[in-house]
Design a protein around this ligand. Structure first.
Ligand SMILES: Cc1cc2nc3c(=O)[nH]c(=O)nc-3n(C[C@H](O)[C@H](O)[C@H](O)COP(=O)(O)OP(=O)(O)OC[C@H]3O[C@@H](n4cnc5c(N)ncnc54)[C@H](O)[C@@H]3O)c2cc1C
Length: 257
């Protein structure tokens, strides 16, 4: 997936757009995941957070014992899951694998170093819902704005439903932010109604006003709700994606595979 990402990422950011033909999944990329899910014979199980993978000494190291924590499951019966498998293919992000107990699994020093050292970049998004898509009055329909203010990027909706008389959705990704500024904004994501998140929302709303040259009062009049997410703080990702510096990536990948 990392390699896939390297290619995809470079296309929109290096092309001048003249010969660029892009395709999209109608309905969003979830459509692809749903189609794959429909076609796999053995369905994935949910609410099994892997906590340990061990080679079993008693089986002459020919089997692997996988342990999972099921406490996230609201219908929980017993909270630990353990099962032996002949092979385990692990596709967790390397950042998350660092939190899995691999003490009794053979990994070379190089592999252990690669797991420890591969950098994952941070990333946050703040979505804000408005009563109407006020940016359409400025002639903005889709696309992005970039700024050196903390919000860094604003992503405008390309799709409906177009309530309130707008052509497209009323929800903005009011901040899409990576690297150092995202860590600063992430530090303010302490949960809904926390004083830190009020600071965050004010900051982003002020940035929207400044970027679009619209009075801040007008933007607040339009405000309905917000949702903020920090990938570095999410226990299922612990980062956005591995960093794409070529020498770095090729070194860690060569150690892993
Ligand atoms: C904000 C953002 C923007 C991105 N933009 C792009 C882009 O434009 N182009 C691009 O190519 N890539 C992009 N990426 C990166 C891309 O999403 C990832 O590279 C890709 O999803 C990695 O796929 P994966 O299958 O390796 O891991 P994931 O998709 O992260 O899948 C890992 C799975 O493991 C699960 N999991 C985690 N911990 C455990 C555990 N302990 N036990 C059991 N399951 C667990 C997770 O819930 C998840 O379902 C972006 C990522 C983010 C966060």
């Amino acid at each position: 997936m990392v390699l896939f990402r390297v290619r995809l990422y470079l296309i929109p950011f290096t092309s001048n757009g003249a010969d660029l033909v892009l395709f999209e999944h109608s309905g969003g990329s979830q459509v692809l995941a749903d189609a794959l899910l429909n076609n796999v014979k053995v369905k994935p199980v949910y609410y099994h957070r892997v906590t340990a993978i061990k080679e079993v000494q008693g089986d002459d190291y020919q089997s692997m014992l996988l342990t999972a924590d099921r406490r996230d499951d609201p219908r929980i019966v017993n909270d630990t899951f353990e099962r032996k498998y002949s092979n385990v293919i692990c596709t967790l992000p390397l950042s998350v694998i660092r939190t899995v107990d691999l003490e009794d699994t053979y990994l070379s020093i190089g592999q252990r170093n690669a797991l420890r050292e591969l950098l994952y970049s941070p990333s946050v998004k703040v979505g804000i819902q408005f009563k109407t898509p006020w940016w359409e009055e400025l002639g903005i329909f889709g696309g992005q704005s970039h700024t050196d203010r903390p919000a860094r990027s604003v992503v405008y909706p390309s799709y409906g439903p177009g309530v309130g008389g707008g052509a497209k959705s009323n929800v903005l990704i009011a901040s899409y932010n990576g690297m150092q500024d995202s860590q600063r904004l992430g530090a303010l994501m302490k949960g809904r109604d926390s004083s830190e998140e009020k600071i965050l929302l004010n900051l982003i709303m002020n940035d929207l006003a400044a970027i679009h040259n619209v009075p801040i009062e007008k933007i607040w009049e339009q405000y309905v709700d917000y949702y903020a997410w920090d990938w570095y703080s999410s226990s299922f990702s612990l980062g956005q994606h591995s960093c794409l510096y070529h020498s770095y990536l090729s070194l860690t990948l060569s150690l892993l595979f």
